[in-house]
Design a protein around this ligand. Structure first.
Ligand code: SF4
Ligand code: SF4
Ligand SMILES: [Zn+2]
Length: 287
């Protein structure tokens, strides 16, 4: 589930100063060579600084990959440093007292946070969604049915997913607003395989009945006051597989200390807004 970046083969120093050190076997006092860090072509004075490579398309491509990798690495390092800052440590100490363990035995993670108002679903949004749904369901039933049930990925219901997303309150679900809960015809073919009892009419009626009276303003029609109102088996694969960058890193941290109690700090631009906890029993609760 984690998104691994491909480590670049070029030394980091080479990219920043546009130089490569003397080749192995060169005289000890050999001067630094101003070469493209990717293909060893000699660089002009300006190329050393900009673009930092020989300007061949292949080297440009590798340069972009390297810059992306370094940016990602920087974000990752910042995330893990934030998880060790004063506030997460304080939360870890509080949970350690409850769990009867040392604070160092608690893993702290950070997730996003949303707290937008829950309002009655506007009629025009409801109508637009139902019009989309009717079309998508008809299209789904015209497609070849999937043979056998399509399993919901286990990560979707992993305790850390539940704990992280519950503390966050569904920051990512606003993406489902303009995308009709990601319920495309292709998704509905899979969902149909999980609910073979329903024909097209029944499936439309099911989703219509599932619409909450009130939902998070401007977010997905199914994001109710307590999060998504749909059970996992009738959510799209996007909803069942998406993990934000923070949650991916949270899985990495918890994976390093499996079985450890976890504190989950939900953070907006204003700071920490909510703190969740998951003890040894793997049950999520707010602290
Ligand atoms: S995946 Fe990330 S943004 Fe989405 S609800 Fe979970 S913690 Fe929040
Ligand atoms: S269907 Fe549920 S999980 Fe998917 S975007 Fe909407 S509220 Fe979020
Ligand atoms: Zn080059």
């Amino acid at each position: 589930m984690q998104h691994e970046s491909t480590a670049p083969v070029v030394a980091r120093s080479a990219i920043w100063d546009g130089r490569t050190p003397p080749k192995p076997g060169a005289a000890p006092d050999a001067p630094w060579q101003k070469l493209c860090p990717y293909c060893d072509a000699p660089l002009s004075k300006t190329e050393v600084f900009r673009p930092g490579h020989c300007a061949a398309a292949a080297c440009g491509h590798r340069h972009i990959l390297l810059l992306n990798y370094l940016a990602e690495e920087g974000r990752r390092a910042a995330y893990h440093a934030d998880c060790e800052a004063a506030e997460p440590r304080q939360a870890a100490r509080a949970l350690a007292v409850k769990e009867g363990c040392e604070a160092d035995d608690v893993v702290s993670v950070i997730v996003p946070y949303q707290n937008t108002a829950v309002v009655p679903l506007p009629g025009e949004r409801r109508d637009a969604f139902l019009a989309h749904l009717a079309e998508a369901v008809v299209e789904a039933f015209e497609k070849e049915p999937v043979v056998g049930a399509v399993e919901v990925p286990p990560e979707a219901a992993a305790p850390l997913t539940i704990a992280g997303c519950s503390t966050c309150q569904g920051y990512c679900c606003k993406q489902g607003a303009d995308r009709n809960a990601f319920l495309t015809a292709g998704e509905l073919v899979e969902i149909r395989a999980r609910r073979p009892d329903m024909d097209a009419k029944a499936l439309i009626a099911f989703y219509e009945a599932a619409l909450p009276e009130a939902s998070v303003e401007g977010a997905c029609v199914y994001q109710g006051p307590l999060g998504c109102v749909l059970s996992r088996d009738v959510r799209s694969s996007v909803c069942n597989t998406f993990h934000c960058r923070e949650l991916i890193e949270a899985f990495a941290r918890v994976g390093d200390m499996p079985g450890a109690p976890v504190t989950i700090l939900a953070r907006s631009d204003e700071g920490v807004e909510a703190i969740g906890a998951m003890g040894a029993d793997k049950v999520w609760r707010l602290m």
